[in-house]
Design a binder for this molecule. Structure first.
Ligand code: COA
Length: 259
């Protein structure tokens, strides 16, 4: 991955954990067109880079993960461009959700509007204790347009999601944890905690992790159980499955090949 970005920082460590930082702190990392275009390209390059085993997404600075879509750009939209912008944002965030390596949002402050939607597109969310999440679009005369109405509902249920969307209120870290919107709340910077969780995940069978992501993605869909059985069966033919079961029976630690 050799791309240079103006609004993103990408760094992959020796364990293959890529930290993607939205880097526009003077505007609380608001997602303007430039950021979204670069995010799109960055996700493509992560997908193609076999060295990347997991991703942490975070925001630069002390105050914000991402404080939303750029309101200045939003203010110029009309019905036709508005629908296009919504579709484009949805597509980019869907690409993140579709990654088959684990992706954790490390929410280090405000995650509002598009920022909350970005966090929701990640597989897991770890928040700092000063984080505040929310979908305040109604205060701008809008609704969430980057998948928030769908993903928040899946995450916390219809009534709670609609309450949050219709009031537009900020959900502080502790409440976000209580309602299942974030997996964990930590003191200070959540990036280290996200990496620690990824270290545990990366010790497991890599093909199993991929299939777990795929199976859970199908939860609630008509073919969810069939998909689970298919992916389970597929794993039974892998070297990782042979190694994992043999290691247990031989009372040793497994050494997975990812095949
Ligand atoms: N779009 C564009 N610019 C944004 C932004 C956004 N979503 N969120 C923050 N900014 C900019 C501010 O305009 C300000 O820029 P300026 O210094 O050039 O005036 C800078 O970021 C700092 O923000 P500021 O509002 O001064 O910080 P604060 O600590 O007083 O308030 C928030 C923080 C997050 C409560 C406040 O910025 C806010 O409400 N942002 C919008 C949140 C929102 O509605 N998001 C949903 C959009 S879909």
């Amino acid at each position: 991955m050799n791309q240079d970005f103006e609004t993103l920082l990408l760094a992959t460590d020796e364990n293959g954990i890529c930290t993607l930082t939205v880097n526009r702190p003077e505007k609380l990392n608001a997602l303007n067109n430039k950021v979204l275009n670069e995010l799109n390209a960055a996700v493509d390059s992560i997908k193609d880079d076999l060295k990347v085993k997991a991703v942490v997404i975070t925001g630069a600075g002390e105050k914000a993960f991402v404080a939303g879509a750029d309101i200045k750009e939003l203010s110029a939209l009309d019905p036709v461009s508005g629908e296009k912008v919504s579709k484009r944002g949805q597509d980019i965030f869907q690409k993140i959700e579709d990654l088959t390596i684990p992706v954790i949002a490390a929410i280090n402050g405000y995650a509002l509007g598009g920022g909350c939607e970005l966090a929701l597109a990640c597989h897991l969310r770890i928040a700092s204790n000063n984080a505040a999440l929310g979908l305040p679009e109604v205060s701008l005369g809008l609704i969430p347009g980057y998948g928030g109405t769908q993903r928040l509902t899946r995450a916390i249920g219809k009534a709670k999601a609609l309450e949050c969307i219709m009031t537009g209120r900020q959900i502080k870290a502790d409440e976000a944890f209580e309602i299942g919107l974030v997996n964990q709340v930590v003191e200070g910077n959540p990036v280290e905690e996200a990496k620690a969780m990824l270290h545990k995940i990366l010790k497991q069978g890599p093909v199993a992790i991929k299939n777990a992501i795929l199976a859970v993605k199908h939860s609630g869909s008509e073919n969810g159980f069939d998909t689970e059985a298919k992916l389970f069966g597929e794993l039974c033919g892998t070297a990782d499955f042979k190694e994992g079961t043999s290691a247990f029976l031989e009372k040793r630690k497994p050494s997975f090949s990812g095949k």
